[in-house]
Write a protein that binds this ligand. Structure first.
Ligand code: FAD
Ligand code: GLY
Length: 410
């Protein structure tokens, strides 16, 4: 067996794996990062970069608190990355608008405004004239908006670049074009990872393979599980099920020095995100299409309609790019962060679904802390992989597990 010389191997070089590897190395851990292709080239590249927990939230819950803390960590995170690497991740604090087009939208906005203001969160309610005064290119059909001054955006491709440089500068051994094929488990403990470049032993492994996280197999020497102890079945019990959910994006070129909008704007069924370099990203779709990353005619049409509903003049802008990415979704929509329920020294940093960019600062810091201390930081407790054990048990006993789908998403 080839030793990686590492205390920890991180598998997957998207924003999740990069954030964890950087934090591990900064804390003095010998870290190897294994990436099947190129760093930051999958969902983390395809994303729109919004840092916006309030826009979508109907109530305060563990996820909301976690997401707000991660968002609030962004200014210091951006400063630290700039200091470490010289890369500006273009944290833009103009804010986010959520538009109302119908009476139903207005009622929903009134509810959202009341609970968020009551909870001490920053949110403003604007009428039609105020909204259009702020963003003149918005549709005349807009009846008002919620403005979220603390809902920001970041250039996620620059973020991946900054994290990759920070990892290398902190001493992470980065292995691109290296596919992890399986994790070897002996006596209930992770011992090594089989890759396309050989087998690497390490003290611990962090699985951060995004939408592909469930494809990593676990080779265990454990006896087949007894029906009395289903919790001990490594392949079934300990692997969270992560599925790919496709999102498509169209990229417009705005007129030079003439941004169509300055805020991130959520409209009916989608959003537009203006970038500093003159691009306007418009999204998106939410599709179960397996691992297919195609952009489809139906997707293009839906996104164009949504963008024109927000800002009709987008119809006159040239479309200069289009792409799709695969969001990693767990069965309850929540991230999977923490120690495996049954295999020692195996950790997960995956399932970030629609919010992996937003959650990068806390994912990196808290998963690294957990790997090093062995204790679960309190904010990670609700996202433990152990929560799926009850579901797996119910399945093995023949009852039907109904995923808790509690968030309404764009
Ligand atoms: P990825 O970035 O997909 O990285 C996983 C990596 O693991 C890949 O590089 C892959 O090659 C590698 N890998 C997989 N299997 C193996 C293996 N066996 N061995 C080695 N390497 C492997 N989030 C936000 O917070 N804000 C947004 O505005 C936002 N907008 C989005 C818009 C779209 C259209 C999409 C698709 C997503 C959006 N997201 C957004 C979600 C966000 O992109 C994801 O949650 C996040 O990028 C997930 O990061 P990741 O590192 O887990 O996955
Ligand atoms: N969070 C935006 C998206 O997933 O499309």
């Amino acid at each position: 067996m080839e030793g990686s010389g590492a205390d920890v191997v991180v598998v997957g070089g998207g924003v999740a794996g990069l954030s964890v590897a950087r934090e591990l190395a900064r804390r003095g851990t010998r870290t190897t990062l294994v990436e099947r292709a190129r760093l930051g080239a999958e969902a983390s590249w395809a994303a729109a970069g919004m840092l916006a927990p309030q826009v979508e939230a109907d109530a305060r819950d563990d996820f909301f608190n976690f997401a707000c803390s991660s968002r609030d960590a962004y200014p210091a995170f951006a400063d630290a990355l700039r200091e470490e690497t010289g890369v500006d991740i273009e944290l833009d604090c103009t804010g986010t608008l959520r538009l109302a087009f119908t009476e139903d939208d207005e009622r929903e906005h009134a509810r959202r405004f009341e609970w968020q203001r009551g909870a001490g969160l920053l949110v403003e309610q604007l009428d039609a004239a105020e909204t259009r005064a702020l963003e003149p290119a918005l549709s005349a059909r807009v009846r008002g908006a919620l403005r979220f001054p603390r809902e920001w955006q970041v250039e996620n491709r620059r973020l991946c670049d900054a994290l990759a440089r920070a990892c290398r500068l902190a001493g992470v051994r980065v292995l691109e074009e290296t596919e992890a094929r399986s994790l070897n488990v002996r006596g209930g403990r992770f011992v090594s990872v089989e890759t396309s470049r050989g087998t690497f032993g390490a003290g611990a492994v962090v699985v951060a393979c995004g939408a592909w996280s469930s494809l990593l197999t676990i080779e265990t020497d454990a006896a087949p599980p007894s029906p009395l102890a289903p919790v001990l079945d490594a392949n079934v019990e300990h692997s969270p099920r992560i599925e790919p959910v496709r999102g498509q994006i169209l990229c417009y070129a705005m007129r030079e020095n003439e941004p169509l909008v300055r805020h991130v704007v959520y409209g009916a069924g989608g959003y537009v995100v203006p970038r500093r370099d003159g691009r306007l990203l418009a999204g998106t779709t939410t599709e179960r299409a397996g691992f297919d990353k195609s952009v489809t005619e139906e997707g293009r049409r839906a996104i164009r309609l949504c963008a024109e509903g927000i800002a009709p003049a987008s119809a006159d802008l040239k479309i200069t790019g289009e792409w799709a990415g695969l969001r990693p979704r767990a069965e309850d929509d929540l991230p999977v962060l923490g120690a495996s329920a049954g295999i020692e020294n195996l950790f997960y940093a995956t399932g970030h679904y629609r919010n992996g960019i937003l959650l990068a600062p806390l994912t990196g810091a808290l998963v690294a802390e957990m790997v090093m201390s062995g204790a679960t930081p309190a904010p990670l407790a609700p996202f433990s992989p152990a929560r799926f054990i009850a579901a797996r048990r119910a399945e093995s006993e023949g009852s039907c597990f109904t995923p808790k789908l509690h968030r309404k998403n764009f």
